[in-house]
Design a protein around this ligand. Structure first.
Ligand code: NAP
Length: 494
């Protein structure tokens, strides 16, 4: 393997050699290099040379003790003994933990020396790096636990430092908040990135499926010029926005990538990683989608807000324009677009909106602009009243609601997804006599509310229509390119 092709390493963790062999065959499809997690085997085989000879890819051997994230209780002596007799060769690398660094009897020329911190980003990260970089190991690997997307910053800075010092480095922010380091790391100079064999076989927190690294994020094509866009929220990993926007980059031929940023401290993320005047990272960040819970608080982080977004009271789209941050709302237009497409004018239509959060705000605003007649339904009447008064619409309690006679019933609550997957904000009886039920939930596509609606004879509309419609608007704001993807392009997604 030449270092130029060491891009994606797929770890395989199996209990016996025949399963390991099978997993390696599958991994070869996406991997440039395969990591054999020998600590996962119930018994370490005496001789791996036959397996290594049969592999179509170079390998990294790893024998990690449980206290450093491995799967086996291993004494220091057992580990040293293991490495003394481990297979060697041109295409065999060893991942050896930093606590074995004093054992000079090891052959360091193919060694990746590794340090893992599952508790966070250590304050002395630079010193950790310096200690490892002083060893004769060929590659320095440091994996730290990212708890917030801003924790990616020291990881990127470490990769930059190592590159400037001519040192091979693998630096990773583990956890969902660190995913950006896994996707962008190689393009910044990291020796490789790890990708899991399947969605559920990650060997470290936050590891992205290797197939997705290649076919969704196209990491082989990312370089320093690549336009970076992403989704800011908490949580974000469930979102299908990466599928929508990355498909748009591919179909328009624009050199761009869209990735998730799991952000807790929004102002720190914007100050240190986003705002061109204060950020500590040199990257071609062009735009962000913003989702719950940050659609309102993000307004404090911007230099200019579109008057329409100000009226709605929420921003879901940020554009980085030279040294300024601009805020827009694409939810409102995205929400009415599928209704207009299917039903034509919404003027004088009777619309029930369920929920009184951010999406409800955008819905009321957009429907009023279309001259529809809106009533708000919510479980918390005090909250509903406040929002209703703001837009001068009536409000009612959800529990006693009847939607008979409404043209559209729009669900803006999370009921039907995630932990509420089996719930519905309205029963079949409540929906009797309504014309169309529009559920903003897009994952799953078929919600309990939509089933109840069909049972009571209503037409239905799912949230993917809106998601794609508002994503088209965002994509145009970032790239200037008008793209007309629709929900049919993503029918198999959720
Ligand atoms: P949000 O600001 O948190 O508002 C959620 C609303 O739902 C609140 O009014 C909340 O009531 C209500 N709610 C929560 N649990 C409820 C329950 N058990 N029973 C009754 N009401 C309940 O969230 P959001 O940003 O508006 O988003 C809401 C949903 O819309 C999310 O599922 C999101 O994925 C979806 N959405 C989809 C799209 C799309 O493109 N398809 C775009 C935007 C949003 P309380 O105030 O009483 O807590």
């Amino acid at each position: 393997m030449s270092e130029e092709t060491a891009r994606i390493c797929v770890p395989v963790c199996e209990k016996d050699v025949s399963a390991l062999r099978h997993a390696c065959e599958r991994a070869s499809e996406w991997a440039d290099i395969i990591e054999l997690r020998l600590d996962c085997l119930s018994e370490t085989p005496d001789n791996l040379s036959q397996l290594l000879n049969d592999l179509a890819r170079p390998v990294i051997l790893t024998y990690r003790p449980s206290e450093q994230g491995g799967h086996r209780d291993l004494s220091r002596e057992a580990r040293i003994a293991f490495w003394k007799h481990a297979s060697r060769g041109e295409s065999v690398w060893w991942d050896v933990e930093a606590d074995l660094v004093h054992d000079r009897s090891l052959d360091w020329s193919r060694i990746i020396i590794s340090h893992h911190d599952f508790s966070g980003v250590p304050g002395d990260l630079d010193q950790v790096y310096e200690r490892l970089a002083q060893t004769p190991a060929r590659v320095v690997k440091i994996a730290v636990q990212a708890k917030d997307a801003v924790d990616c910053l020291p990881v990127f800075q470490l990769i930059n430092r190592a590159r400037n010092e001519g040192r091979e480095v693998i630096a990773i922010g583990m956890g969902n908040a660190g995913v950006a380091t896994r996707i962008l790391g190689p393009s910044r100079g990291a020796f490789l990135t790890y990708g899991s064999l399947d969605d559920d076989s990650a060997t470290a927190p936050g590891q992205v499926n290797a197939q997705k690294l290649r076919t969704l994020y196209h990491i082989d094509k990312i370089n320093n010029e690549t336009m970076i866009c992403g989704l800011v929220g908490l949580p974000v990993m469930h979102s299908v926005s990466p599928q929508i926007h990355n498909a748009a980059f591919v179909s328009t031929g624009i050199n761009g990538v869209y990735l998730p940023f799991e952000v807790t401290d929004l102002s720190a993320f914007f100050r240190r990683m986003v705002h061109p005047r204060t950020r500590e990272l040199n990257w071609n960040l062009r735009g962000l989608s913003v989702t719950a819970p940050h659609k309102q608080s993000v307004m404090n982080c911007l230099d200019w807000i579109d008057p329409l977004a100000k009226e709605i009271g929420a921003v879901n789209t940020v554009v980085v324009e030279k040294d300024r941050l601009l805020g827009y709302n694409s939810d409102a237009a995205g929400l009415v677009e599928p209704l207009l497409r299917r039903f034509g004018s919404l003027a004088n239509k009777k619309v029930a909106i369920i929920g009184a959060g951010g999406a409800a705000r955008a819905a009321i605003w957009a429907l009023q602009k279309e001259n529809a007649s809106v009533t708000l339904f919510a479980r918390n009447l005090a909250k509903a009243d406040t929002l209703a008064q703001l837009f001068n619409v009536p409000s009612q309690s959800l529990s006693s609601a009847s939607f008979n006679g409404y043209d559209f019933v729009i669900n803006t609550t999370p009921l039907g997804s995630g932990e509420h997957i089996d719930q519905s904000p309205a029963t079949q009886e409540q929906l009797n006599g309504a014309r169309c039920v529009y559920d903003l939930i897009y994952n799953p596509r078929e919600t309990r509310l939509l089933r109840e609606a069909r049972a009571s004879g209503c037409e239905t509309l799912g949230g993917l229509d809106m998601l794609v419609a508002q994503a088209n608007i965002q994509f145009e704001l970032w790239t200037g390119t008008n793209i007309r993807q629709d929900e049919q392009d993503f029918a198999g997604l959720t």
